[in-house]
Ligand binder design. Structure first.
Ligand SMILES: [Zn+2]
Ligand SMILES: [Zn+2]
Length: 402
């Protein structure tokens, strides 16, 4: 690194170290007051207050639940504009940890670490704002509704990516201890398509199924058929999984109901595979409808993009991360996940990279993301902003050299 960036980095590190108590306080504040997807007005207000206090100009999203900062310009007019994104929503889970700052909101919990993402981004921008000599321009995006796969689209439509050349984000990873990071180029998460199946029959007496059209029997058959036939009709070299997560119908033991509703999701690493699986699902539903004389309708939600880490961006981030965290602590060949992540909507438009950050405890196993007892190791939180500013400096230098 050349002298000038070494000095910039030294100053940023100092600001960040001074900010660590605030970082922890932000995280605890947001953790204690979680908001569900699409209802993040209070969280957004809190973030807005912090940004206002630091004189970082910004605007609230149209629904008041997200924030886009203005671009803070580098003195170099040719410098790239990099967006930093944190998601801010929580999950409909009743928290069961014993921590002192556990959720105050019944059945709402930050169980995916978005409290940490928001706090780490806030801390990063507070430090960046104090430095006038950055070789990049930047903007912050605090995004709602990640868990519902909608917030990224919303903020992109509201101009979040205008004039942006690239985007970075962090996601906590409780499976790795503090000081480790995952930065893998290429496909990272799945194309996801949620669906609702309505099986409509004709109810009646449990003793006389022949006089009814039994939607429970049809639905049960359909679930089995989907699990059997879908994997058999998809090339096994292309990862694909389908899961029915909800089945609902009937009220009592001796009445055949009129309707059974199923909800599920299709996940695949390639768009075409997800689309092909959707039409197979429709075919299986039609066949079941015919076999049971039922009426079966399949409704699909929008296809959520699969997330791809840009090669050049990921490699630049990994280079500097190896220097910072030591080579053995930077994992660059994580297998992709069939989970969904709407950061994909940004990386479909501009080169970007999501870095996974170890927040595990050294001698303690914690439960996974999205569980009621999920906890993260706050000792790892400062690593996030420190890593981000290094990635920003190194990446902008690499881009300038292109
Ligand atoms: Zn999540
Ligand atoms: Zn998440």
């Amino acid at each position: 690194m050349e002298q000038q960036s070494i000095e910039v980095l030294r100053r940023l590190d100092r600001y960040l170290e001074e900010l660590e108590p605030k970082l922890i306080a932000f995280r605890r504040q947001i953790h204690q007051h979680p908001d569900l997807s699409g209802k993040e007005a209070n969280t957004a207000r809190f973030i807005s207050q912090v940004l206002t206090g630091a004189a970082i100009p910004h605007r609230l999203a149209a629904n008041g639940c997200g924030i886009i900062s203005e671009t803070i310009r580098s003195p170099d007019p040719a410098a790239p504009v990099i967006a930093l994104r944190a998601d801010i929503d929580a999950l409909p889970i009743q928290e069961e940890t014993g921590i002192a700052f556990r959720s105050n909101n019944p059945r709402v919990m930050h169980a995916c670490g978005h409290d940490a993402h928001a706090a780490m981004l806030l801390t990063t921008v507070l430090a960046l704002k104090q430095e006038n000599n950055l070789p990049f321009s930047w903007r912050a995006i605090f995004q709602p509704s990640e868990e519902e796969g909608q917030g990224a689209q919303q903020l992109i439509q509201e101009g979040g990516l205008e004039n942006v050349d690239g985007i970075l984000a962090l996601h906590v990873d409780p499976n790795r201890i503090v000081g480790k990071a995952g930065i893998t180029p290429g496909p990272r998460t799945a194309f996801c398509r949620d669906f609702v199946i309505e099986v409509r029959g004709r109810g009646g007496h449990a003793a006389r199924p022949h006089a009814t059209i039994d939607p429970v029997a049809a639905a049960a058959h359909l679930v089995t058929l989907i699990y059997q036939a879908l994997p058999r009709s998809s090339d096994a070299r292309d990862p694909m999984v389908v899961t029915i997560g909800m089945i609902q119908g009937g009220h009592t033991s001796n009445v055949i109901p009129d309707i059974v509703t199923l909800k599920g999701t299709i996940r695949a690493l390639r768009r075409e595979v997800a689309i092909e699986a959707s039409s197979t699902l429709e075919r299986l539903s039609d066949a079941t409808a015919q076999a049971f004389k039922a009426d079966i309708k399949v409704g699909f939600k929008n296809l959520l993009n699969g997330m791809v880490n840009d090669e050049l961006t990921a490699n630049a981030c990994a280079e500097v991360a190896r220097e910072f965290l030591r080579p053995e602590n930077v994992i660059c060949d994580d297998p992709p996940s069939l989970g969904g992540e709407d950061f994909a909507d940004y990386t479909a438009k501009v080169p970007g990279c999501m870095i996974t950050l170890g927040v595990g405890f050294p001698n303690r196993k914690v439960t996974p993301l999205h569980t009621a007892t999920f906890e993260l190791n706050e000792a790892g939180l400062l690593v996030g902003p420190k890593l981000l500013v290094r990635c920003l400096l190194h990446w902008s230098k690499k881009r300038a050299a292109m």
